[in-house]
Design a protein around this ligand. Structure first.
Ligand code: EPU
Length: 419
């Protein structure tokens, strides 16, 4: 069993660089299904989820190589259309291959991605949109989805919720459809804009990415492209919270400051000094954060992927804060773990009330999902004593070399193998 062990209580100081964005690179990788030839994705992080997506693409007949920070993905044009269950179950984002495979091959068969630690996470919006594009979809008694379409046809789609994954899947499918597609109430996340930029470099005709109406004029064929992935705004935000929680001072580089406006605003409201620079932020933590209320929302609102880390910070605030989670149905499992470290938190449905305490104490805790794991690292770095974090495979899905990066700015943190 592997654990992350942290000796807390040290203010972190120095410079730390953010990697390429996990949630951008996964759809970019799926987009390489849309064109024959070698696509190159530069500044790609090497993470467990990237390995899983590479395995999914390999299972479909593509060849993925990771060379000096770039993913080289060769699509020779002979694609299988049935990704293996084991991979689809391992990572929900595997479902992003559905739109491109349907557009290229006219058929896909894959298992339904299961629920996960943060709630049910259905895929009805993906399927409704693909049906509107002309796909015939059936789901059998064993939970396999089969989608077929001789050629997708452009259409008007309105998403009931601005789902990131559904917007991405539908953009990729519509890029090769016959005629024009309009996606209304589309997700506006920076990862959508990044995908749109790569698709445009491949020859797609897309307008409006980054707003809630995306217009796509289908083309007959796309070509491979070279594209640089955007920096990971959630990794950046996690480091900002770590500077604040440890009362330290970090210069965080490779940050697009516009992407983290809501996090910067909440940190400032909590009394943390944040200076924005050309390529990064300088965060100076104070002695104790001021309590603040946070509501998660689709972009440009406060990201649900920063909620757990912010909760860890607010456990140390000088008063009571309320966090409301509106994006996922069950994303407070980290609260129980933080309580093991002496935090005072009460959850009720979609809300959590956090009464700040003067100090957290090291404990044995679990990373119940990726961002919950990041919250454990925030709390452990701020706490007195030693914390052992289990289930670190969740953390490794989304944070590249987290122990190495934090050690370089003064943290006592390491991965330990336990028999
Ligand atoms: N939803 C539906 N039906 C659908 C699709 C989504 O009801 O067909 C619901 C979900 O159940 C959820 C909400 O809509 O309650 C938002 O889901 P969305 O589809 O926007 O999320 P996603 O595409 O599955 C991506 C990120 C998540 C991030 C969310 C929200 C990737 C690979 N994952 O997931 O990242 O939390 O957007 O911003 O891009 C993480 O990195 O820790 C993570 C979970």
């Amino acid at each position: 069993m592997r654990k992350i062990v942290v000796e807390g209580g040290l203010p972190l100081r120095g410079q730390i660089e953010v990697s390429g964005a996990k949630n951008a690179v996964l759809p970019l990788m799926a987009a390489t299904l849309l064109a024959d030839g070698v696509s190159v994705i530069e500044d790609s992080p090497w993470l467990a989820d990237v390995e899983t997506m590479s395995a999914v693409l390999s299972s479909l007949g593509l060849i993925c190589d990771y060379i000096c920070g770039s993913l080289h993905i060769n699509n020779a044009g002979r694609m299988h259309t049935e990704p293996p269950d084991e991979l689809v179950q391992r990572m929900r984002a595997s479902f992003l291959v559905m739109g491109p495979l349907l557009a290229r091959c006219g058929r896909v068969r894959m298992s339904l991605p299961g629920g996960c630690a943060i709630g049910a996470r259905p895929i009805d919006l993906h399927l409704k949109g693909l049906e509107a594009l002309g796909a015939e979809i059936s789901i059998d008694g064993n939970g396999y989805i089969e989608a077929t379409a001789s050629r997708l046809r452009g259409c008007q789609i309105y998403l009931d919720f601005p789902s990131v994954g559904a917007t991405e899947n539908l953009m990729m499918a519509a890029a090769l459809a016959e005629g024009s597609t309009v996606i209304g109430n589309a997700a506006e996340e920076p990862e959508i804009v990044d995908l749109s930029n790569m698709l445009s470099a491949m020859g797609a005709k897309i307008k409006g990415a980054g707003t809630n109406i995306i217009r796509i004029k289908g083309v007959k064929e796309l070509k491979p492209a070279r594209h640089t992935v955007i920096p990971d705004r959630i990794e950046a935000g996690s480091f900002m919270v770590i500077a604040a929680a440890t009362g330290g001072e970090l210069i965080i580089t490779n940050v697009i400051t516009e992407h983290i406006k809501s996090v910067t605003a909440k940190l400032r409201e909590a009394g943390v000094k944040v200076e924005e620079g050309y390529d990064g932020v300088h965060v100076i933590g104070g002695p104790r954060p001021v309590p603040v209320d946070v509501t998660t929302l689709p972009y440009p609102g406060f990201p649900t992927d920063m909620q757990a880390q912010f909760m860890a910070l607010l456990t140390l605030a000088g008063g009571t804060s309320v966090i409301t989670e509106t994006v996922f149905e069950n994303r407070f499992r980290h609260a129980e773990e933080l309580k093991k470290m002496s935090a005072d938190i009460k959850t009720n449905g979609h809300s959590a009330v956090i009464n700040g305490v003067k100090r957290l104490r090291g404990a044995v805790v679990e990373a119940t999902d990726l961002r919950a794991g990041a919250a454990m690292i925030v709390a452990a770095l701020a706490a007195e004593g030693i914390t052992g974090i289990g289930n670190i495979q969740h953390i490794e899905r989304g944070y590249e070399n987290i122990c190495g990066k934090l050690t370089a700015v003064g943290a006592k943190i390491k991965v330990v193998e336990e028999k």
